[in-house]
Design a protein around this ligand. Structure first.
Ligand SMILES: *Cc1c(COP(=O)(O)O)cnc(C)c1O
Length: 444
């Protein structure tokens, strides 16, 4: 599809701001209720329950295969913690009184792979493994899945391979879990993938294939190789409903965590969640789970780098995956490697657009500054991508139009909970982190 930029910017002035790489935000004037929006998702509460049950079946395996998950009985989950000092800092720095409380969801510190991909990526591999083992008559739902550690299963899974294209974190999740189960696994990595991630994967016995181009090329090559091999399962980050459902389980779990903390979420106590968005599966799946758990009282805002605003571009213009940021002259080069996608998932955009409140873009420079500030005031270390949403509470607070549309009075805002979803960084090596803290990427 050829894009006429003049026509597009005339119709959608916001696109001009994207082209100029300006930080911007857009709140959807057509947000619908969950009831109205849900049919477009094509998935429901039962699908989430099914994913949740599957993860519960695998818990005994995970607890043994990855001892770091034993303390949560094999459930891969992260903490929610208040970040009061960061809250104060944001208020000072942006001269904005952010009413309500500010929390962070530390998916950055999820076990096994240290990013939000430990939800969807691992779930998809487990789903595939379960299916293969059941079809072969080796496994039933009532079994203790820790038997998957036995040599019999390792030998069985060795006959099958798994392939995925990745900018880094998805590859880490899929690679580590696949190799542990016994699969032969190839991760096709784009140029922006960090060297330490490749090395870590190789140390787990994963075949890492490197590309000089961006994610699109790595995925296309991975897919092509997989097509030539009938025993190979290709994991499709752009369109996989399985990945999406793996992420969605986060909703019910967050609800439980907030209840345990005595935090109310209802019409008078809205919950704002700020989710860094790459291709869209991670934040889309989490947002779906959140909507199913909290209904219309949760408000999801996606955050993207100014150099990779693919979801905002696709949803705002209604073109979804028929347009890429490159089509409008944006380079898709960002230090936020987990978010470096030029074309959004068409599935996620079309499924979720009615249920997402808004989108914002942020410069690499600001992500780096926030990274440093969070490290200094809260001693929480993240990778640049994970900071994309940190500016969200300021953006929401200052957007009078959005607050008016949603009838968020000062009283309601003072009851609000702002939750920044920190999506990665827990496994960044110290040397690499010291570069991040100096506002730069290492030369790999
Ligand atoms: C993958 C990733 C995201 C976004 O997930 P998508 O499914 O690509 O939208 C956000 N942050 C980090 C650190 C990631 O690795």
């Amino acid at each position: 599809m050829t894009i006429n930029i003049d026509q597009l910017t005339a119709q959608y002035p916001l696109v001009k701001e994207l082209i100029e790489l300006k930080e911007t935000s857009w709140f959807n004037p057509h947000i619908t209720s969950l009831e109205e929006g849900l049919p477009y998702v094509g998935l429901n509460a039962e699908n989430i329950q099914d994913a949740s049950n599957r993860l519960a079946r695998f818990a005994s395996y995970l607890a043994k295969a990855f001892p770091e998950t034993a303390i949560t009985d094999g459930i891969i989950e992260s903490e929610v913690v208040p970040i009061k000092k960061m809250h104060n800092l944001l208020e000072r720095e942006y001269n904005t009184q952010v009413q309500g409380r500010l929390l962070i969801k530390k998916d950055s510190h999820l076990p096994i792979s240290g990013s939000i991909k430990a939800r969807g990526g691992i779930y998809e591999v487990l789903t595939h493994a379960e299916k293969l083992a059941m079809e072969a008559g080796l496994l039933t739902e009532s079994d203790d899945y820790s038997k998957l550690l036995n040599k019999e299963f390792q030998d069985f899974f060795k006959q099958f391979s798994i392939a995925v294209g990745s900018t880094g974190n998805l590859g880490m999740s899929i690679g580590i879990i696949s190799a542990k189960l016994g699969f032969s696994v190839s991760v096709h990595m784009s140029a922006d993938a960090r060297e330490w991630k490749k090395n870590k994967l190789r140390s787990h016995g994963v075949n890492v294939v490197e590309y000089e181009q961006d994610y699109g090329v790595a995925v296309a090559q991975g897919r092509k190789e997989a097509e030539n091999d009938p025993t190979c399962f290709f994991i499709d980050d752009e369109n996989s409903q399985t990945l999406f459902l793996g992420y969605s389980v986060a909703g019910e779990r967050l609800k439980k965590q907030l209840t345990e903390k005595g935090i109310e979420v209802d019409a008078q106590h809205p919950l704002f969640v700020y989710l860094p968005c790459g291709v869209g599966g991670g934040p889309g799946g989490v947002a779906f789970g959140l909507k199913m758990a909290f209904g219309d009282n949760v408000h999801c805002i996606f955050a993207e780098p100014t150099h990779s605003p693919c979801m905002l571009l696709g949803v705002h213009t209604g073109l979804h995956d028929d347009i890429s940021v490159q089509d409008i002259g944006i380079d898709n080069i960002t230090a936020a490697d987990g978010l470096a996608f030029g074309r959004a998932s068409g599935f996620v955009g079309r499924a979720m657009e009615r249920l997402l409140d808004g989108y914002l873009t942020i410069t690499d420079e600001r992500m780096y500054n926030l990274l440093k500030q969070l490290s200094e005031c809260e001693d929480i270390q993240l990778e640049p991508s994970a900071l994309a949403g940190m500016i969200g509470p300021v953006v929401v607070t200052n957007d009078r139009g959005y607050r008016k549309q949603m009838e968020f009075s000062d009283t309601i805002m003072s009851n609000a909970t702002h939750l920044v979803w920190a999506t990665g960084g827990g496994m960044v090596p110290e040397a690499e982190m010291s570069y991040y803290l100096k506002n730069m990427l290492s030369n790999q």
